[in-house]
Design a protein around this ligand. Sequence first.
Ligand code: S3P
Length: 198
Amino acid sequence: MTAAVGAPALALVGMPGCGKSTVGRHLARQLGRTFVDSDHEIEVAIGGPIRAYFEQHGEAAFRDVEQQTIAALCARGSISPAGMVLATGGGAVLREANRQALRASSRVIYLRSTPEELFRRLRHDTQRPLLQVRDPLKRLRELFRERDPLYRAAAHYTIETGRPSVPTLVNMILMQLELAGLVDPMQVPATVGQAAPP
Ligand code: S3P
């Protein structure tokens, strides 16, 4: 594996709808890093939407493309001097190879949300193939039961998302990274940890 140079990449893992892409984009902007979304890279590689690829080729074929994409992005992240912020797909942690590649190349952050919270956000979703079922909440509960231990195994940090705003979540992450000496305190807003004004 390529030796890491410069700042380690930051990778976000978590269930579909937990906010990986939105939080990742804000975090990257705050830190002056490049934002990369592995699902977007996969859609470029397969030349179309993930949902259609799932329907045509099945989940196992999708997981193969996902694994190749994550390996390539982790290798790219390891040589990027500024360090990137990588948002992964909700199922990226299912394969041991992905968990290892993410942990070796990045500081991995798990955005942890309950199935009920995810259902509230995703109840009208039509794009996520695994949620196009009669009872999406039941499906989310099953996925969470299976995956929560895998997200925890992959992650260096866990952030409970609850219902805070995106800026609050970003600040919670920045605070963790500052405590770990991974970001310059100047990049962490001074208001972190303070109550919002009434
Ligand atoms: C998946 C989540 C999706 C996408 C694909 C499979 C999953 O990404 O990778 O539909 O297995 O949970 P998001 O987590 O961004 O929805």
